[in-house]
Design a protein around this ligand. Sequence first.
Ligand SMILES: CC(C)(COP(=O)(O)OP(=O)(O)OC[C@H]1O[C@@H](n2cnc3c(N)ncnc32)[C@H](O)[C@@H]1OP(=O)(O)O)[C@@H](O)C(=O)NCCC(=O)NCCS
Length: 161
Amino acid sequence: MSALLRPVQASDHAWLLDLNERHVEVLSPLDQARLEALLGWAHEAWVITDSGRRASFVLTFRPGSAYDSENYRWFSAALDDFVYLDRIVLDDGFQRRGLGAQTYDELEARLAGVPLVLEVNVDPPNAASLAFHAARGYREVSRLGPPGKQVALMRGPGGAA
Ligand SMILES: CC(C)(COP(=O)(O)OP(=O)(O)OC[C@H]1O[C@@H](n2cnc3c(N)ncnc32)[C@H](O)[C@@H]1OP(=O)(O)O)[C@@H](O)C(=O)NCCC(=O)NCCS
């Protein structure tokens, strides 16, 4: 926990579902039941704050959970250990102000050699997210999905090969 990150609480759920819905094209649909399932499987669930205001949320998953995401399953088969980062979305007005970079700085600093992994939409492309992750040294390790709904699976610069 830090000035930037605090755990998701029940009182955040309505805000979080609304934020997800407004950015659903780069995330995936979420309702209360699915949110509770995700929180049960997640390793960590953070609200990202900016001077006390809620700016974003982010979930992480470790190997061995029942998370039914195809992308998470791919990493589970490919890597012995990882931290899978899911669903970071900065609300309108909070983007391109360094909050994403600060969040990754904190998460990466706690990895202790374990790679941070995630997926980014490439077809259609999520240009902002691709630029953000490229700037941080993330590299594509595979792709999943059919044309028109394809993601790049990426891993961060830290961790053993
Ligand atoms: C992608 C996202 C997490 C990046 O976080 P952010 O706080 O906006 O990014 P930062 O301000 O920390 O940017 C750090 C660097 O990333 C790159 N970058 C970030 N946004 C960018 C954009 N829209 N276009 C080009 N480069 C970008 C730049 O190199 C930037 O450094 P600079 O501002 O000094 O040029 C955020 O914009 C977001 O939540 N977007 C909407 C939801 C989404 O796409 N989530 C990712 C799903 S995989």
